[in-house]
Design a protein. Structure first.
Length: 225
């Protein structure tokens, strides 16, 4: 690394440190709502992931987006605050933009893989938040069958990632993650919170989707061979 590159790296690092410090005091001194801070963090990390900034370490931004998504999801799960939906939706939108850029202009293998993981985490978090806000706490609060929706939706998404990923590691991991979450929900939550025909229906739907997914995965493997 030449002297000019070292100076550029040092200046960029110092600038980022002071921006973080400014953000901390902006939050503390102006008493900004914590939810707004999460929204700003989601927007900043998502924009950086899309722009592949910093250029020297393109994996940093998608990793930060994953961290913000996980933190926002945990907070939303505990508090159920509507004001925490914007960071989840922003993470989904910017994560999708970063993934599209990665698919068309992939330059760094680790950054590309993290872009997939960031989008997958944001998609899972956003669908959970929207489902809870509009169904569980909204118009379908008394409709017990709504509990089947995320199970079937997440399983379908997972199988889609698995089939369309063409055996690439990152989309395959995302698909397996969705499938794992859906199966865990079906086995441990749906069997105890649904009764009678609804319980049979969700288990049957999961079984049929898995069989269909197995056929599609097997077919795509033969075509790729």
């Amino acid at each position: 690394m030449d002297t000019t590159t070292k100076h550029s790296t040092a200046l960029a690092g110092a600038g980022a440190a002071f921006l973080i410090l400014a953000g901390f005091f902006l939050w503390r001194d102006l008493s900004l709502p914590h939810e707004l801070v999460m929204t700003v963090l989601a927007l900043a990390s998502g924009a950086a992931a899309t722009l592949r900034w910093p250029r020297r370490w393109p994996m940093v931004a998608p990793a930060l987006l994953i961290a913000v998504t996980v933190a926002s999801t945990g907070w939303f799960t505990l508090e159920k605050q509507t004001s925490l939906l914007p960071p989840l939706l922003i993470a989904l939108a910017t994560g999708g933009a970063a993934l599209l850029r990665s698919l068309h202009h992939g330059e760094d293998r680790l950054a590309d893989r993290l872009s997939w993981y960031a989008f997958g985490a944001a998609l899972l978090a956003a669908t959970w938040g929207v489902y809870f806000h509009f169904f569980t706490a909204g118009f379908a609060a008394d409709w017990v069958a709504r509990r089947m929706i995320p199970t079937v939706a997440w399983l379908g998404m997972g199988l889609g990632f698995l089939v369309l990923g063409n055996r690439r590691p990152a989309p395959t991991h995302v698909g397996l993650g969705f499938i794992g979450v859906a199966l865990a929900k079906a086995a441990f939550y749906d069997t105890s919170h649904l009764q009678g025909g609804l319980r049979i229906a969700v288990l049957g739907a999961v079984g049929l989707l898995l069989v269909l997914g197995a056929r599609l995965v097997g077919r795509s493997s033969k075509e790729a061979a």
